[in-house]
Design a protein around this ligand. Structure first.
Ligand code: KG4
Ligand code: ZN
Length: 337
C-alpha cells in the first residue's frame, strides 16, 4: 500500500489530499477562493498567493486528520510544480518541500495537467493506448498516451482555451466569474435562436475559440444596434452548442483514426453537463473505445488528482529534489513547443 500526501495550489484553490495507491481518496480538502475573486471578475494573482499562504497549513492538517493518518504513514509528498500562476504555485511547492524535508519523505513533482488526466483513476483502471481530451481554463489539448505516463500532443488550441472562452463570453453576458458553470446552467433555458460560425483550423485536431468569442460579441452589438433585446439564455445556448459540437466532432474523429482502448475527459470543462451528454451520445457510436468521465468533484482543481498522478510517478521512480521550483509554463513530460 502506498499513501501519497498531495498538494495543489496552481490557481485559486488551496488543496491537500491523502490518496491510497493512486485510486482511493482518504481525504480531499479544497479551500476555494472563488468568493474573493468573483468581486474582481477573475483571479487576481497577488490576492490568490496571499490566500494560499493563509490557508495552506490548515488544509494539510485537515487532510491528515480527515484521513486519520499521520506523516509517519505517508510514503511520499506529491505537489503541483506547474503550469499555473507563479506566486500561487510557489506556496504549494514550498509547503511540499518543507514537509518532505521535515519528515524525510521523497518529493514527487507533478504537472497539473497530468493530474487532471489521472483523476480518471478514481473511476476506472486506465487502459492504453488512451486518448485524453484535456479541457480547462488554460488548456485545450488532445493527448495521445501510447503507454502509461507517455504524453504526445496531437491537437491544441491556436488561441483561447475553451474554459477561457466560456469565462469571457460569460463576462460579456454579465454572468460573472467563473463563467463555465453559469453558462452551463443558463443554456438549459435557451435554444437555437442565433447563428454562430463553426471554428475552423488547419490541423483537424487543433481547436480555436477566439473567433467564436468575437462572433458572440459582434452578434450582441448587432442586435443591440437594431434595438433588439439580447436573450442571455439563447446566446449561452448557441455559444455552448457551437463550441462543444466542434470539439466533440474533432475528438471523435481522432478516436476513429487512433483507435485508443479508452477516451478520458480531463479538466474543469469536463464538468459541463451538456458536454457529458454529447460525448456519451457520440461515443456510443464507437463502442470499441471506452469513454471515461471523471466525477464532478474532481473535474475542477483539487489535490486528489495530484495524488493519483503522484502515485503513478512514484511507481516510475520520478522523484524531485529540494532544488525544485515553481514552473509556471511547465510542459507535460515529452510535450514540445
Ligand atoms: O481545471 P480547472 O478547474 O482550472 C484550470 O486548470 O484551468 O478549470 C477551470 C475552467 C474555468 O474556465 C471554468 O469556467 C471551467 O473550467 N468550468 C466549466 C464548468 N465548470 C468549470 N466550463 C463549462 N461548464 C462547466 N460546468
Ligand atoms: Zn486545472
Amino acid at each position: 500500500m502506498t499513501l501519497i500526501l498531495a498538494i495543489e495550489s496552481s490557481c485559486d484553490e488551496t488543496a491537500c489530499a491523502i490518496v491510497r495507491d493512486g485510486k482511493e481518496i482518504l481525504s480531499n480538502i479544497v479551500s476555494s477562493q472563488i468568493n474573493v475573486h468573483t468581486r474582481y471578475g477573475g483571479v487576481v494573482p497577488e490576492v490568490a498567493s496571499r490566500i494560499h499562504v493563509e490557508n495552506i497549513s490548515t488544509v494539510i492538517t485537515e487532510a491528515l486528520e480527515t484521513a486519520k493518518v499521520t506523516m509517519d504513514d505517508i510514503d511520499a509528498v506529491a505537489f503541483t510544480q506547474g503550469p499555473g500562476l507563479i506566486g500561487s504555485l510557489h506556496v504549494g511547492v514550498q509547503a511540499a518541500k518543507t514537509i518532505a524535508w521535515a519528515y524525510n519523505k521523497p518529493l514527487v513533482p507533478i504537472n497539473h495537467m497530468t493530474g487532471h488526466i489521472y483523476a480518471n483513476r478514481f473511476v476506472s483502471e486506465l487502459e492504453f493506448p488512451m486518448l485524453a481530451l484535456v479541457i480547462s481554463g488554460g488548456h485545450t489539448q488532445l493527448i495521445w498516451m501510447k503507454d502509461d505516463w507517455t504524453f504526445e500532443e496531437i491537437g491544441t488550441t491556436g488561441d483561447d482555451a475553451i474554459g477561457e472562452a466560456y469565462d469571457k463570453v460569460a463576462r460579456v453576458l454579465g454572468l460573472g466569474y467563473p463563467g463555465g458553470p453559469k453558462i452551463d446552467k443558463i443554456a438549459k433555458e435557451g435554444g437555437p435562436h442565433y447563428t454562430l460560425p463553426t471554428p475552423k483550423t488547419a490541423n483537424p485536431y487543433d481547436f480555436s475559440f477566439s473567433g467564436l468569442k468575437t462572433a458572440v460579441l459582434q452578434m450582441i452589438q448587432r442586435e443591440e444596434k437594431k434595438g433588439n433585446e439580447v436573450s442571455v439564455a439563447d446566446t449561452a445556448w448557441c455559444f455552448q452548442e457551437t463550441a462543444l459540437q466542434s470539439m466533440v466532432k474533432k475528438t471523435v474523429a481522432a478516436v476513429k483514426e487512433y483507435q485508443p482502448k479508452m477516451l478520458v475527459l480531463a479538466g474543469g470543462v469536463a464538468a459541463n453537463s451538456r458536454l457529458r451528454v454529447l460525448m456519451e451520445e457520440e461515443m456510443a457510436k464507437v463502442p470499441q473505445t471506452k469513454l471515461v468521465i471523471p466525477p464532478l468533484y474532481c473535474c475542477t482543481d483539487n489535490a486528489a488528482m495530484i495524488g493519483a498522478a503522484g502515485y503513478v510517478a512514484f511507481t516510475h521512480g520520478l522523484f524531485g529534489d529540494f532544488d525544485a521550483a515553481a514552473d509556471p509554463g511547465m510542459l507535460m513530460p515529452g510535450e514540445k513547443y
